[in-house]
Design a binder for this molecule. Structure first.
Ligand SMILES: [Zn+2]
Length: 140
């Protein structure tokens, strides 16, 4: 009987060295995506973005959230009820003495934010995402 080992923390389809990521990303996006920083609330222009379109990973371009799933949570971070199916991974995060669920790009492992069980319908989930981790592509 064979068991496929669970992927290691950094075993993602898109892998780059820290130096490569640092060169490819602007400083804030690097801090968020690769070092799990959180941008200051209310600072992302994407908080006010209301156009239809697609939110892509600022690291690798993977499609992560459809604008149709965006809602105004009042938290100061772009918030969504659901990701594009299969494009966002989750893992438990026990830092800061809290149990939270961290979410990341399933393709490059870039840290996006957290998901909380206090969102609106239809899912009841609130994906609280750093705008610096996203690149918005308005619908044509
Ligand atoms: Zn990515």
């Amino acid at each position: 009987m064979f068991f496929k080992p669970k992927p290691a923390r950094d075993d993602f389809p898109i892998r780059r060295s820290e130096a490569e990521w640092r060169a490819a990303l602007d400083p804030l996006a690097f801090r968020v995506l690769r070092e799990h920083a959180t941008e200051r609330a209310g600072t992302s222009p994407l908080n006010r973005e209301k156009r239809p379109g697609l939110y892509r990973c600022a690291g690798c371009g993977a499609p992560l959230f459809d604008a149709a799933a965006k809602f105004d949570s009042g938290t100061g971070w772009p918030s969504f009820t659901a990701p594009v199916q299969g494009r966002v991974g989750e893992r438990e995060d026990n830092s800061l003495f809290m149990r939270r669920t961290e979410v990341h790009c399933a393709d490059c492992g870039g840290h996006l934010g957290h998901v909380f069980p206090d969102g609106p319908p239809p899912t009841g989930l609130r994906y609280c995402i750093n705008g610096a981790a996203l690149a918005f592509e308005p619908a044509a």
